[in-house]
Structures are given as C-alpha cells and as structure tokens.
Design a protein around this ligand. Sequence first.
Ligand code: F6P
Length: 593
Amino acid sequence: MSGEASGALAAVEVSGDVPTLHRPSSLGGSVSVPAPGYAKSQAHLLMKSEHNPNPTELPPPIAALGGNQGDMHVVVLIGMPEVGKPFLAKRMRQYLRFFHGADCALFDIAAHTPRADPSDKGTVDRNAQRLSASIASWMLNGGQQPVPAQHEAAHPLEKDEHDGDVGAAAWPERHAPPPAADADARAADDAAGAADAPESTDARCSGPPAAAAAAAIVRGAPSYKGQKVVDSGRCAIVYASETIRTFAEHWSGSSKERRRWIAQSVKQMSASVKLIFIEVKVLDPQLLRNNIAIKRAALGLGSSCEDDFRTVEARNKDFSKSFVTLQDDGSEDDMSYVLFINYGQKVVANRMHGFLRMRIAQFLSTIHTETHTLYLTRHGQSEYNRLRKIGGNSGLTSYGLEYARRLAAFSEGTICREDGTNANKARLWTSSMRRTNETAQFIPHPQVAIDGDKWVQMSHRVYRNLDEIFAGEYEGLTYEEVAANHQDEAFLRKVDKIGYRYPRGESYYDIISRLDPLVHELESYHEPTLIVSHQAVLRLLYAYLMGYDREDSTKIAIPLHTVLKLTYNGWSRCTEERVFLGPEVPQGELAGH
Ligand code: F6P
C-alpha cells in the first residue's frame, strides 16, 4: 500500500485506472492507492497509519470474498447430447459468481469452431488451438471474453442441446440491472445517506441502481487485472451446445485421448490452471423424456415429445458407441472429475479437493431439472417499519397482521393448490425473527395424503440464515439518525453498500456467505416453497435466482405486502410474477415513505 491513512474516515473512489482515497477534511487532500476492487468501505482500514504501520492487506476472508485467491480453473462439461450441458454451465456460472465472486466465462465449443471441412484434416487441430488460446488469453490476461466470430450460431432447432437461450427467455452474459427503488425512494436515500429502498407497498417500481456503475468501473479498472485479489479466481466453463457436430473436436472431451489432449493444453496455459471434467449422464429415460418436453415447451413446440424422445434415444444409442465415458479403471484417476448422474441423484467426485472444487461438487449434488416455484415475501409491516427504525425484533402492526391473514389465504388457495383445485405438497420457511413468524402464524398445516404419502402442508421451518441484516450498533436507529450522528459511516455505506459492514454488525457480503448453504438446500427441493424473510436477504435471494450480479442486488425493490412468485426449470431462466396482496398502508402510517 502506498498511501497513508489517518485511521479516521477516508473514502475510496475508483474513477480512473487507480483508486483514489479521499482523506477526511481535517487532513485534506487525497492519495492514490491500489485499493482492492471490493469492500471499498474498508479500504482505508487496510492502509498504513501512524498507529498501524503494518496493516492487514485484505478485507476479512468470509466465504463471499475468500476462497483461494487467484485460483484458475478450466471446467469442461462432457456427455451425450440432450443432457443439459449448456444449462448446467450457466447455472454454475451464476452460482460461482454470486456466492464466491469468481470471475466466470463460458466457452461454447460450437460457437468457437467453424463447421469442419471434411477435406481439411487440419481443421480440428486448428480449432482446438484457437479455443485454447482464447481460454488462456481470458484466463491469464484478464481479457474480455472473446466474441466468437467463426460462424453463424446454429438455429435453436439445429442445436442438440437446449441452453435456455430461446427468444424472450435469452440468458445474456450480463442482465440489465434489476428493478430498483423508485425515484422517491432514491431521494430519501440521498437524504438519509444510507437507506436505499424505504418502506413502500407499491410493487410497480423501476430505475437503475447506482451500484451497477460502481461495480462496472471497479471490474474494468486495469489495476484489477494484475491484482491477486480476484476473489475466488477465474473459472472458464467449456461446453458444447452442438454435441454431435462437435463430437470430433478435441475440447469435446469425448474420448480418453481428447481428455488427455485437454489436460496437456491446460497445463501449457500455466502450471497453476486446474482442470475439472464434469460428465453429465442421464441414465433415467423418464428424466430424458422430461428434459425433451421442457425443451420443446421452451421452443414453443408444445409438450408432446414421444417422437422426439425416440429419435434422441436412437441417436444416443449410436453416439454412445463412439463416446468414451470417464473411466473408473484407474486410468483417469489422476484427473479431477465429477460424474453427475441423473441430475444430482448420484454424484461421484474424484480428486475434487480445494475450495472452489468442493463447492462445485456440492452445488452439483443439489441440482435437478424439475420446475422450481418459489414464493418470496417480506414479513407484514412491523412496528419498526412504521417508525422507520432499522433492524430490531418488533412485532407486526395491524396492517402487518392483516397481510398475515391474506398470506394464509393465498397460501391455502394458491401455493398449496397450484392447479387451482387439487392439493400439492408445499413448504414454508421463515427467518427466526418475531415479525416473520407472526406473518406466518395463520398459515394452516393440515396433514394431507398426496401420491400415497402423508405430508404436513407448509410445515414451518425456521432458519437463522434468513434473518435480516444485523445493523450492529445502529439497530433500532432510523436512517436519518444514522445520517445525522454517524455521517462518516452513512457515507461509507452509500459508496459501498454491498461491502459495508455495520459497526459490530453485518454487510451484504456476510449475508451472501450465510445464504450459500441455504441455497444449496433450496435448489435440492422439488415442492413449491414460501419464504418469509426480510428486505436485504430477499434482495440477494431474488438477484441470485433471477441471474443478476450481486453488485446490482442491494437496491432492488422488494415491496411490503407483496409475494414474488419465481419459477424456473431445468432449461429456462427464472421468470417473475409480483402479486400484491395488500393491504395498502396509508402514507401517514408509512412515516414519510
Ligand atoms: O427497513 C427495513 C429493513 O428490513 C431493516 O431492518 C434493514 O436494516 C433494512 O431493511 C435493509 O435494507 P437496506 O440495506 O436498504 O438498509
């Protein structure tokens, strides 16, 4: 660290190549510092000062920021056609980015390789070298993800793997920022210095969050490239959306020789780049049938799929004669790999040691392709909401209690009867706080018989991981009180909402860490699940599920008295429906909001 800090307030701004630290006005001036690209609110604590000439160099290593810094991985998905490799690649990218800050890029072999000219024997080698060079350049130089310019992308129908990128459901590299708090809310935020989305029962909000801009600057700064503080490192995820056409490409990993070639090529990139193979195997015909039906529905082709299934079955039978599965005879035991069988039913991990590799193995064991329906809601209006106090453990107001009654009716009529008539199994999760438990109190828990099973509807599970952000010393204060009496802290939260940790409290990064195991559990269940939690926690869950960057999540509008219904399946992006149950809270009762 080249600058010196007083130990008092200083804020870091990243507006050019080098971040700048503004000293408190009592000291005056500013110095340029190689600040870490994240947790800007802690950067001044990491600088030399009179009383701390040897400061610690990085923010505390919680899971959301930690991992093995600078680690580099190449993950290659291999397997038969129609098993969902592109889908898995995208799910993995979102998980590793969101929960572990890994810098991830997707490399679709089909998009990087021109159609082979059968008369030109060198095409396959050249294709392979070119893809290796692209991966190495991105991995080692922190370059932009290369845009494949080789040939036109295949039409979705031509692809033998569906990747969820169909029409309106396209899943781009980065999403547009999510809906944020409305203009009034942002004005209140500016006034309060720290607040971002004050209490509102209006579900129709829009506007871009400023955090996205700050994150983009930090990610783009050249200093970021060279620094070893690249959270959990970089991860290149290689897969093929056209498994059959690219079968003979080296990067398809469809034979032992090709896998050895990949291992050699990765070794040549750098000794510290680690290779992982994930073989996706779908052995259960019913699962394959479901996947094909979902793919057809996503392509707008209706759901009947028996003919398609027979075609795929016959094609895969042929294909399996040439495709060489990862060997368990010891000849490939020196490599890191996962056999991912029937979507999480069986996961075999070989040499998957190391922080990110272990997370990947566990994440894969939670994945399934059936439809997830999640209902996210904040608790009903609480006494502290009415008083604009943050944190605490207050009970519900009369408006909040009315919401609790309406939520119970919604739960019985909609969540537990998704087809409108018949009962389906459903789950209920709440935080451990009084206001969420009071919100769930009227939800009935009848024992029902479904598919021959006895099931307690909406059996109440309480998770501390779902508790609201802990505001430490500022629990029970209003945003205005924080802004008036702790100006420095309010300012630091404003410039770095995701990384800012309340004095003796939590940051959004801390919540990300505690949500990681909870999300694994959530991904593994099949039943519709109602989650009653809090503003900060739901922003993160929502952003992860909708595919937004974590840096864009801290200002998303999560209105009171509204249920956010999120639906996604094995092949498509998450879609959202907002159901305002009410009651509307009169302006006076919102204490200024
Ligand atoms: O205001 C309600 C609340 O749930 C507070 O308890 C919590 O501190 C806050 O929202 C989180 O939102 P923000 O991060 O925007 O301050």
